[in-house]
Design a protein around this ligand. Structure first.
Ligand SMILES: Nc1ncnc2c1ncn2[C@@H]1O[C@H](COP(=O)(O)OP(=O)(O)OP(=O)(O)O)[C@@H](O)[C@H]1O
Length: 784
């Protein structure tokens, strides 16, 4: 059992506006003091307490410049290690909205280096599991979201409903031993890092899809990503089970400050309520002799029951956005952390006996007892042993004789027929003389001892048999070599299509079309990923909508990052391909050297046979040189290979980031488009929809009929020379310069856009017009 208090760390989010507000003092006894200085002008204002300096102790304070890898090394790695050893672990991030909880736990959505604790921990755990061949490991993932006190499974394959509330709720059940079980939360098996990362991505995407402007789930929900690990030694009935909760809590700000109402207020109350219950649990745990801990008050405290004051090694990260306006929230986050630091947990090794293995063991024991009983009661069986039983006995004896372990026993049960048979057989082996045993007559080599067969004939036959055996072995080896060669050739062919490695060696697959590589809008599939919910491929986009989407995409705030990541991905693919080729070269070289060594040895053996040489084992400088060359090649192969593996992880992460950005882009577009449509519907007149606010800012992009119409109705006062306004549009403008010379961009057009009479289609047309107008205004081309 390991007794320890919850470890607390602080992380300060980078900001330009923080100078002089705080200081960090790292002390030698691996603690650090964070001092928050409240400026005088704020002391009477936001913060009621007039103290000007607040000091808080943490295990370590990560200042603004702390990178994600050091956060992982100092905070998550030790917890992951104890989880691998069989203890439960929890890491939770607590802080106000926007202070960097998600950035710390999951990571940033832009750069590979920004990946947070979850992907890094998965990477580390699977690397460790791969290296340890002494145990059999099984890994499962679950991803729970708690929103308004309801639990939702983010990995639910039925995640078809667009609204979180429509999903089946995860409910808590408690067994008589007070163990918590979560109904409707599935555990998905992940056999490697890639599968686990795909599940993380799937959960994050589902979370994002369920978000609406009214339900910014990421801000107002708690998320618990759990890695469940079980391990056992081969043959052992003891299993170790442990779990690691990685928790991203909702923003901790107080309702009064947020100034929200309606649905938001309800949510805020729920968040505050569950964080309030969390605080109550923490206060109760910190109190000595407190018998009742109110875990059951909220779903989150019920789920995290073990993590708080129970069987778990728990770590808290207080995320701080230390700007003037956030000082009161930052101070309350630090206060909360100080209380958390008082909680003592008692982590125990979670070992238990596997019931299935236990049953097998008990069955064996029962059989042994039955045999013993039969022996004691003298119950004897007289019928002859069957051929099957004899064969089984042969096998048992063979295993027994071959086993070098002195503890090894020959266990044939209490059947005296079997015991006698084994004794006779062993005596025969020892003395070379056949013992008269009717049972032995069934064995295969009996004929060799039939009367009338001479000893030398037997020997001849034995030699012949040996010869045939040797021939068969040679043929089998030749076949094996042939097969290997064919596999190698196939591997090389495949590798040249991907990164130059066989799937078996590199675990790399060729870039899947559209998987981040190209930001196309087709719905390539990630397992369990449902693009239609994000509006991808759900319905055929009308041309206008498509055009609006293209413009939207171009002006999208994240488009630069998306483009950067696409470029980086291309670059990484190229690097991986080149590296793959090098790895292949190194491998071919090793094979070639191996061949040369073999040839050399054969030549030497041949010389010995012909008498030209005497000692095959005599050191050969040529061979030694070849061997040292081979060692060098092996080293470089290993280095290249591990670099390639690193690149593979980076590529996969980048692909996931790009897919995430794509879903986000589609979703933002859908939201924006429907907002435009709604606002247009409001402005429509019932009889004929006049398009007073709709302006074709760039005639080249308007459909032809509309262009003509605009030309004829253009309002002169709104005329603009478009090409001088926006450089990004110059090309398109110049291409229509002839017509554009007469084209005017009407500010308030009195005429109407041709409409179809179908309200849905007309709404779409108007939304498009409005959308274009908004976009153009954003571009600085708006009518002034
Ligand atoms: N250490 C950091 N370095 C760089 N950027 C950061 C850091 N911490 C946070 N950010 C950025 O600040 C923004 C808000 O961070 P984040 O979403 O992680 O906050 P949060 O506390 O999870 O908020 P919420 O409660 O709304 O989920 C994001 O754009 C994130 O990329």
């Amino acid at each position: 059992m390991v007794k320890q208090t919850i470890k607390i760390f602080a992380r300060v989010k980078p900001s330009k506006k923080q100078s002089g507000i705080y200081s960090v003092d790292d002390e030698e006894n691996s603690t650090s003091t964070l001092e928050i200085l409240v400026p005088r002008d704020l002391a009477d204002g936001f913060v009621n307490n007039k103290r000007e300096s607040y000091k808080f102790k943490f295990q370590k304070t990560f200042d603004q410049d702390a990178k994600q890898d050091s956060i992982f090394e100092s905070i998550a790695k030790p917890v992951a290690e104890s989880v691998l050893a069989g203890y439960n672990g929890t890491i939770f991030a607590y802080g106000q909205t926007g202070s960097g909880k998600t950035f710390t736990i999951t990571g940033g959505a832009e750069r590979y280096n920004d990946r947070g604790i979850i992907p890094r921990t998965l990477s580390y755990i699977f690397e460790q599991l791969q290296q340890d061949s002494s145990k059999i490991y099984t890994t499962y993932i679950s991803y729970l979201e708690i929103y308004n006190e309801g639990g939702y499974d983010l990995l639910d394959p039925r995640h078809e409903a667009s609204r979180l509330e429509d999903l089946p709720k995860v409910t808590i059940m408690e067994d008589p031993d007070q163990n918590i079980h979560l109904k409707n939360l599935c555990l998905q098996q992940a056999t490697n890092e890639e599968e686990a990362l795909n599940l993380l991505f799937l959960g994050d995407t589902n979370r994002m899809i369920a978000e609406t402007p009214m339900n910014q789930a990421s801000t107002r929900s708690h998320c618990i990503f759990t890695i469940h690990i079980s391990s056992k030694e081969p043959g052992s009935a003891t299993v170790r089970r442990s779990k690691l909760h990685l928790v991203d809590l909702a923003g901790s700000e107080r309702v009064a400050k947020t100034g929200v109402g309606g649905q938001l207020l309800t949510e805020a109350k729920y968040i505050n309520l569950s964080l309030h219950y969390l605080e109550q649990v923490i206060i109760a745990l910190a109190e000595k002799n407190r018998a009742h801990i109110p875990y059951r008050n909220s779903m989150m405290t019920s789920v995290l029951r073990d993590s708080l004051g129970g069987n778990c090694m728990t770590t808290m990260i207080a995320t701080l956005s230390l700007e003037k306006r956030n000082l009161d929230e930052s101070i309350s986050t630090c206060r909360f952390a100080q209380r958390v630091a008082l909680i003592k947990n008692e982590a125990v090794l979670n070992e238990e006996l596997d019931p299935r293995l236990m049953i097998a063991r008990l069955k064996k024991e029962i059989q042994a007892l039955k045999d013993e009983l039969a022996m004691v009661t003298g119950e004897q069986r007289t019928e002859e042993l069957t051929a099957e039983e004899l064969l089984r006995l042969e096998e048992l004896m063979k295993t027994f004789l071959e086993d070098t372990d002195p503890e090894c026993t020959l266990d044939v049960g209490a059947d005296m027929r079997k015991i006698h048979h084994c004794f006779k057989h062993l005596k025969h082996m020892l003395t070379g003389r056949r013992v008269q045993d009717p049972a032995l007559e069934n064995t295969q080599d009996n004929s060799l001892h039939s009367p009338g067969v001479k000893e030398e004939d037997i020997q001849k036959l034995k030699d012949l048999l040996q010869q045939r055996d040797n021939e068969i072995n040679i043929l089998v080896n030749m076949l094996k070599k042939e097969k290997r060669r064919a596999q190698d050739a196939l591997g090389q062919q495949k590798a040249s299509g991907s990164f130059g490695l066989t799937a078996h060696e590199g675990g790399l697959r060729s870039p899947t079309p559209g998987r981040g590589h190209e930001m196309n809008t087709s719905s390539e599939q990630t397992p369990g990923f449902h693009p239609q919910k994000a509006g991808i491929g759900a319905k055929e986009m009308s041309l206008g909508r498509q055009e609006a989407f293209e413009i939207f995409k171009r002006d999208y705030a994240d488009s630069v990052t998306i483009e950067d990541n696409k470029q980086l991905l291309k670059q990484r693919f190229a690097e991986a391909k080149a590296l793959g080729e090098k790895v292949n070269e190194a491998r071919n070289k090793i094979n070639q050297l191996k061949g040369e060594v073999e040839q050399r040895r054969m030549q030497k053996a041949a010389l010995c046979v012909t008498g030209a040489a005497t000692d095959v084992e005599e050191p050969d400088p040529v061979e030694e040189h070849l061997r040292s060359q081979m060692e060098e090649e092996k080293k470089s192969y290993k280095t290249l290979f591990s670099r390639l593996k690193g690149l593979k992880t980076e590529i996969e992460h980048l692909q996931l980031l790009l897919e995430k950005s794509k879903v986000r882009l589609q979703k933002d577009f859908e939201v924006w488009w429907s907002q435009e449509a709604t606002s247009m519907q409001v402005q429509q007149t019932p009889a004929r929809l006049t398009n007073s606010p709709s302006v074709w800012m760039n005639p080249s992009q308007a459909p032809l009929e509309s262009q003509q119409q605009l030309v004829s109705v253009g309002a002169p006062e709104a005329s603009r020379d478009i090409s001088t306004r926006d450089s990004s549009l110059r090309t398109s403008t110049s291409s229509v310069s002839t017509s554009a010379s007469q084209v005017r961009t009407p500010r308030s057009v009195g005429s109407s856009i041709p409409l179809t009479g179908d309200s849905q289609t007309d709404a779409d047309i108007m939304a498009f017009v409005k959308a274009r107008q908004t976009l153009m205004q954003r571009k600085g081309l708006g009518s002034q």
